[in-house]
Design a protein around this ligand. Structure first.
Ligand SMILES: [Zn+2]
Ligand SMILES: [Zn+2]
Length: 494
């Protein structure tokens, strides 16, 4: 018997069956659903297969998209700011951003300005003139930073508080801030205190406790500042914390925590984080907006008021930052729960107030240092008055190519104006401490290398105020890291 023809026939049959199954599977799974949040609503959008721009996805919720920030939360622990023109690929029941990053959902302001809780550490660090991993909520320089974490006080609860939180709502700014998924205490707190998403700080789930990145308190401590993280008795993250117990037996540890916060303020501790738990506790035990829950809010409001008046009457320029790690919604039993990708859980609050004579500063400009002549400080206002160029450039980002129309100042313009001699290398540094060194010919006239301050007619937001843009014509398939964000310093080596 000859086996050859039999094997060939069987192979053909198997291939045909295989192809049929692949066809069936693909056919069943081309579309997908995606959740879109605003601070006040949760929408489930059904999408057909193929590439869809984010603005069209938002319009599926019935809203008109206004070109504001859209935040993409991915299953691999990123929280990314994306433009309305960015395309999402829908295939086999999944929504992909870039080549392989799966989306959990999108969030936008729905007409309101929003931020993420990452702005807590970024604002704390920038205000103390320490390297910050991104743009702060306000440009300020202070001697003291006080951060109050109000566990479980989501944007939804805050908005319905009816004057019970008047000290909090009276702060300079309080805004909706997206926390991360899952919206639970250790994951949400880790993102706020490091200023980085779970993919970078290492805290993605309840069982994770080891931070891969320093907290703003650790960065301050390494710089010689006095710090205190005042907590309850839980070890939800491995960090240096001062723990408290309910020593007066009144059913909450927040009285003890508040006493410890005030003691540190009086002792002159420069960076203080106080984590208050009673709003979350009462929400779990008695339900959202129950009498206990509202009473807990009133108590916390009193504590916030005491901290504000202490700093207000002091002579040290200070910033008070308030935030929540997540929100809460009502479960089937009427009690409060959280942990889902829905607006009540995912939208927390971030607020700040400048006190003790602190004033907001203008956006940072550029410090130009030359090894022959002296240092020049260019303010941001002066920078945007320099001769500008516009260029459509594609930047290689962490989630694929991001095209845009950039406006900025050519590197050659700044080097010619403010330095002498032929540059051999140019070193650019960013506010997060990152730096890149470029070859001197990047500053040749017409090289196309620019320091941008606008993209598609808007400021650069989290990528700015000034960002290095290197066109592909000069850098080839360069690494996205080279397109440094938050550039504040330029050094020329001749
Ligand atoms: Zn919490
Ligand atoms: Zn909770």
């Amino acid at each position: 018997m000859k086996w050859g023809p039999t094997i060939a026939v069987v192979s053909i049959i198997l291939l045909a069956v295989g192809a049929f199954f692949i066809f069936v599977l693909q056919d069943e799974g081309t579309g997908a659903s995606l959740i879109v949040l605003t601070p006040f609503s949760t929408h489930k959008v059904e999408l057909e297969g193929g590439a869809v721009p984010i603005e069209r996805i938002i319009e599926h919720t019935g809203a008109t998209y206004d070109n504001s920030t859209v935040l993409a939360t991915t299953t691999d622990g990123e929280v990314l700011s994306v433009g309305g023109g960015t395309e999402i690929t829908v295939q086999n029941g999944r929504c992909l951003l870039g080549d392989d990053s799966e989306l959990l959902g999108l969030s936008w302001g729905g007409g309101m300005e929003i931020t993420t809780t990452m702005s807590v550490a970024r604002t704390a660090l920038y205000s103390m003139n320490l390297p910050a991993p991104g743009v702060p909520l306000v440009w300020a320089g202070v001697e003291r930073v006080v951060v109050l974490e109000l566990d479980g006080l989501g944007w939804n609860l805050y908005s319905n508080a009816n004057g019970r939180l008047n000290n909090l709502s009276g702060m300079d700014v309080v805004m909706p801030a997206l926390t991360t998924y899952p919206p639970i205490t250790n994951v949400g707190t880790a993102m706020a205190v490091t200023g980085l998403p779970p993919a970078e700080n290492g805290i993605r789930a309840r069982s994770d406790h080891t931070l891969l990145k320093p907290t703003f308190l650790e960065v301050g401590e390494n710089d010689g500042r006095s710090t205190a993280w005042i907590e309850g008795d839980s070890g939800f993250l491995d960090a240096d914390m001062e723990n408290n117990v309910d020593s007066d037996g009144d059913g909450t540890i927040d009285g003890e925590i508040h006493e410890a916060v005030m003691a540190h303020l009086m002792a002159g501790t420069e960076i203080v984080l106080g984590h208050y738990h009673s709003i979350d506790d009462a929400g779990h035990q008695s339900g959202p907006e129950s009498e206990d829950h509202l009473e807990a809010m009133s108590n916390i409001n009193g504590y916030v008021g005491e901290v504000i008046s202490f700093l207000e009457n002091g002579t040290e320029p200070s910033i008070l930052i308030t935030f929540s790690d997540h929100g809460m919604h009502e479960g089937r039993d009427g009690l409060g729960v959280h942990g889902e990708f829905r607006h009540e859980d995912m939208f927390s609050i971030v607020g700040y107030e400048l006190l003790g004579g602190a004033e907001p500063l203008p956006e940072p400009g550029l410090t130009v240092v030359d090894d022959i002549s002296s240092t020049v400080e260019i303010t941001f206002e002066e920078f945007v008055e320099l001769p500008t160029v516009e260029a459509y450039l594609v930047v290689k980002g962490s989630k694929g190519d991001e095209g845009g129309n950039y406006r900025g100042v050519e590197l050659s313009t700044i080097v010619d104006l403010h330095t002498s001699g032929d540059p051999v290398t140019i070193r650019l540094s960013a506010m997060d401490g990152y730096a890149v060194t470029l070859p001197g010919h990047y500053a040749d006239e017409g090289s196309g290398v620019i320091l941008a301050y606008e993209k598609d007619g808007e400021g650069l937001g989290d990528d700015g105020p000034i960002r290095l843009i290197i066109p592909r014509s000069i850098a080839g398939e360069y690494n996205g890291q080279e397109c440094l964000k938050g550039v504040i310093r330029l050094e020329v080596n001749s």
